[in-house]
Write a protein that binds this ligand. Structure first.
Ligand code: HEC
Length: 397
């Protein structure tokens, strides 16, 4: 019996990460929608300090949430705080990052053709970006720039793009992308942990003490909450991007990421305005156009230039030899590469029919892009990629 502990831990952390992430972002979307959808309260409720209310029906019940301008006259006995969803999303995500990208740095994070780092150096650089990103963001919020929402948006967008540019020149495309996501996700959770919740606690404490709460506390929390709202879509995109080599394996991959993040802005804006009854379809049209532009850019830069070079005729036997030498350490029914007990994604290249069956995938991963071999663990050369491409074409004719 072989127990692949790392694989089970990976599954458990990923499962937890998705569940807590849904709970966090789901609650966050709900409250943004609620806040934007409130209707005027009755005169009587207005007197009690209610500024807006909503009637909704869901799952067989009627619900009537109310929003108080500052706080109700008396603190309720049970007050629910939304924070553990966010904290567990970060804890599970950060653990998964360590397990996949730092523990297996040679496979997923380091690209020797960009920088020949040791796993320790790579992890140190990665962590510096994640925590440095928060320090920079927090300072920016507290500076004069932070008081102007629009200006802040531009400055933060360019700062993150600069970070993505640097990361894409240090790590593998996939490793760089996940670090941009981890950086933004950390900022969002730190906003909850360091600003939103502590400020709300101070407001509650002031009210319980019969004092007027400092309005700055609420304004600061609101600012961070608005930022989180706009960062949600880009963060979710980056988190799923590691399943799409077409995004991270192309030249100028940092620009692809910036383009998609920019296209997500009008889409988020459309929903924020729509909840307030202001429907403007130019926003989603602009967002969709942005995505099309990125798709065209990616398609124009696709393909491995060296591979296009003429390499002459390559026999099926030569194809099999290249695959055996460069891929079979992992993609075999008995992998020899450390850390692999089964072929990744169940994809095996042991026989000629298997190679033929997977030919389009092999071409996409190892000929058109350098995505495989993972971390170029088996030192595949550009010439071999060209030969593999030519041989596969003949094989599938
Ligand atoms: C060091 C181990 C390793 C080597 C060597 C390796 N791969 Fe992979 N391969 C993986 C892993 C791990 C995955 C799963 C990646 C993921 O989880 O996204 C994978 C996934 C794939 C996929 C499926 C991609 C998808 O998402 O559909 C293909 C196709 C593939 N590899 C082809 C190759 C080819 C061709 C070679 C040789 C040129 C090769 N691999 C060499 C580890 C390796």
């Amino acid at each position: 019996m072989i127990i692949d502990y790392a694989a089970w831990l990976n599954l458990a952390l990923r499962w937890l990460h998705v569940i807590t992430g849904i709970a966090w972002i789901g609650a966050s979307f709900y409250f943004v929608w609620l806040d934007n959808s409130l209707t005027a309260p009755s005169a009587e409720e207005k007197k009690a300090g209610v500024t807006g209310e909503l009637w909704a029906v869901h799952g067989g019940g009627f619900y009537n949430p109310k929003k108080y301008a500052v706080a109700p006259a008396h603190m309720p006995k049970h007050l629910h705080w939304f924070m553990w969803e966010a904290y567990f999303t970060w804890i599970s995500g950060f653990s998964l990052l360590c397990l996949m990208y730092y523990y297996n740095a040679n496979l997923y994070l380091i690209d020797p053709s960009k920088m020949a780092l040791t796993p320790f150096q790579a992890a140190f650089i990665g962590l510096s970006f994640i925590f440095g990103g928060w320090v920079f963001y927090d300072e920016l919020c507290r500076s004069a720039i932070g008081r102007n929402n629009k200006l802040f948006g531009y400055v933060w967008f360019f700062a993150v793009t600069a970070g993505a540019y640097a990361l894409c020149h240090i790590f593998s495309g996939r490793g760089a992308f996940i670090h941009v996501g981890a950086m933004l996700g950390t900022v969002m959770v730190a906003n909850v942990f360091r600003v939103i919740i502590p400020n709300q606690k101070k407001v509650v404490a002031a009210l319980l003490a019969g004092k007027e709460p400092d309005p700055r506390l609420g304004a600061e929390a609101k600012q961070r909450s608005v930022h989180n709202n706009y960062m949600t879509l880009p963060v979710l995109l980056v988190m799923i991007s590691n399943h799409y080599p077409m995004l991270y394996s192309v030249p100028h991959n940092w620009l692809v990421l910036a383009g998609l993040a920019a296209a997500a802005w009008p889409i988020r804006q459309f929903f924020n305005l729509k909840h307030k009854g202001n429907v403007n379809y130019w926003y989603p049209v602009t967002g969709a156009l942005g995505i099309v532009i990125v798709a065209l850019f990616v398609s124009a830069h696709n393909g491995n230039p060296v591979v296009a070079a003429h390499v002459g005729k390559v026999s099926p036997e030569e194809v099999r030899l290249i695959v055996r030498e460069r891929c079979s350490a992992c993609h075999s029914d008995m992998p020899t590469e450390a850390g692999f007990t089964t072929a990744p994604k169940g994809i095996e290249f042991d026989t000629m029919p298997e190679i033929k069956k997977y030919a389009p995938l092999i071409e996409a991963q190892a000929v058109d892009h350098d995505t495989m071999p993972l971390g170029n663990a088996t030192h595949m050369t550009k010439k071999e990629r060209a030969e593999l491409g030519a041989g596969l074409k003949d094989l599938t004719k």
